[in-house]
Design a protein around this ligand. Structure first.
Ligand code: ZN
Length: 480
């Protein structure tokens, strides 16, 4: 066959051209009236295991592939469909390409794909994609469209990544689907509630909603949860529930590292059994949050294991970042303080005094940082911080009591070296008694010097004061 006797796309179809046209019956966009001829050739190619349908013009209002197995990539790159493309009970040993196509919708029903599925740059005014009836995707599924669309995934299994790249989705319905890897839907405006409550998530699954905006809410927390939920810069305008089931072996870790998500809904966002230790939240109204069993960030020094929780406390990821960057942004600090004030009251109302105390610490710490140099280290807050860790540092308060006993004991001893009545141990006991307000009597004949008298007076004021601070700190830890 000479080159003139071939269709322009001979390498795809292997057919001669139609009449004066340089295209064959499969590749001619004018073949609408010749659909019967088209079908004869089309079925013949299918029978021979042909799977390359690039640039083919499909004249039917619904093109359907049924009960077929394809060994090679099923490729529709550049094809045009008068209506929708339907694959029913089709097994693909390799991948599926539906790129640069013109069509109105794609239905994948009971389809099994071993390789990658690529649905890209389709020319459709409103692309509708439906996946149903135990479809299984062993390779990644990437759907990309510059126009708006509707997606529906039900009763299907995604063993690999499911990546959705749309600017706008009127609705995305995921009903009883299994997700075992990444479900990625970034930078997308979603018109309805994103309901993931019926999704079955595998232990290695992750949902990425960074920079998307959801006009209603997100619902998560059915029988399973993904391991990670990324929500950097997400905007949500409706009631949202971000939860893991109570018995989840891996509570959902919600991550937002660069830009806090915004939950713009007065009636609440529920965080339940989740880890917020890597989630920025500042910029939200914390009064809208319902919090149940939330894991917070660890703020302060890295925790040496054998010392327990001595050198740090739980707080907000935002404060952690602020400290790491040594940020002195007053607006940030004030916002943090307000957030801690609200969280403190919230946990107080729950009866969780310890966590409430830890948020109180955060609040006071931010208040102290609001002050500039001298007051920051010499103000009342600074003393409260140093002497008792803002009323919750019982260890610190105890350390001061010990110092208040030891230092004067040494002064007494040193100031009365020439007496024969008391030795060092006696002075230690004396110091202890003064601190604990027991008004000890000195032995007859021992006349205390001015220095000893003054030390006693100051100690008898500082001692009980520090003991009171210690008592308050202990009470905060264990009160009912
Ligand atoms: Zn052709």
């Amino acid at each position: 066959m000479s080159t003139e006797e071939r269709c322009n796309f001979f390498d795809i179809c292997g057919l001669p051209p139609e009449g004066p046209n340089p295209t064959c019956i499969l590749h001619n966009s004018q073949n609408k009236s010749k659909w019967q001829e088209f079908n004869i050739i089309f079925q013949h190619l299918l029978k021979n295991g042909h799977s390359n349908f690039q640039k083919v013009y499909f004249p039917d209002s619904s093109t359907s592939f049924q009960n077929k197995t394809f060994i090679d990539d099923l490729d529709f790159t550049g094809a045009t469909f008068e209506g929708e493309l339907q694959l029913r009970n089709v097994t693909l040993k390799k991948g599926l390409k539906i790129s640069s196509c013109q069509l109105s919708g794609i239905l994948l029903l009971g389809v099994t794909v071993e390789g990658e599925v690529e649905i890209k740059q389709t020319r459709a005014r409103h692309l509708q994609i439906v996946v149903r009836e135990d479809s299984t995707f062993r390779g990644p599924l990437v759907i990309e469209s510059t126009t708006a669309g509707n997606l529906s995934f039900s009763n299907s299994k995604f063993e690999n990544q499911l990546i959705v790249k749309f600017k706008e989705l009127s609705n995305i319905e995921i009903w009883a689907a299994e997700i075992h890897s990444l479900f990625d839907i970034q930078d997308c405006s979603i018109g309805q509630t994103l309901n993931l409550e019926k999704v079955i998530f595998g232990p290695k699954s992750e949902v990425n909603l960074c920079s998307s905006s959801i006009r209603v809410g997100i619902l998560m927390g059915g029988k399973t949860n993904p391991g990670v939920l990324r929500i950097d810069g997400l905007k949500v305008n409706g009631f949202s529930k971000l939860a893991s089931p109570m018995d989840s072996p891996f509570p959902m870790k919600i991550i937002s590292e660069k830009k806090a998500p915004i939950f713009d809904w007065e009636k609440g966002v529920r965080f339940q059994n989740v880890d917020l230790s890597e989630c920025l939240l500042l910029g939200n109204n914390f009064k809208n949050f319902q919090l149940n069993n939330v894991q917070w960030a660890w703020v302060g020094q890295p925790r040496p294991k054998f010392l327990g929780s001595r050198f740090g406390r739980s707080g907000l990821k935002d404060e952690k970042i602020l400290r790491e960057k040594k940020e002195k942004n007053m607006s940030l600090i004030r916002n943090l303080r307000e957030a801690y004030e609200i969280l403190k009251k919230e946990y107080e109302a729950k009866g969780n005094h310890l966590q409430s105390g830890l948020f109180h610490y955060g609040e006071m710490e931010m208040r102290r940082r609001e002050y500039s140099f001298p007051k920051r280290y010499l103000g009342l807050e600074a003393f409260y911080w140093i002497l008792s860790g803002y009323g919750i540092g019982w260890g610190r308060a105890l350390l001061w009591i010990i110092l208040i006993i030891l230092i004067p004991a040494y002064i007494y001893y040193w100031d009365n070296l020439d007496n024969t009545y008391y030795d060092g141990w006696d002075w230690l006991r004396h110091s202890f008694q003064v601190t604990t307000f027991q008004k000890p009597n000195l032995p007859k004949g021992l006349e205390p010097s001015d220095c000893t008298k003054w030390t006693q007076t100051i100690q008898s004021v500082l001692g009980p004061f520090q003991i009171a601070l210690f008592g308050l700190a202990v009470r905060t830890r264990i009160k009912r």
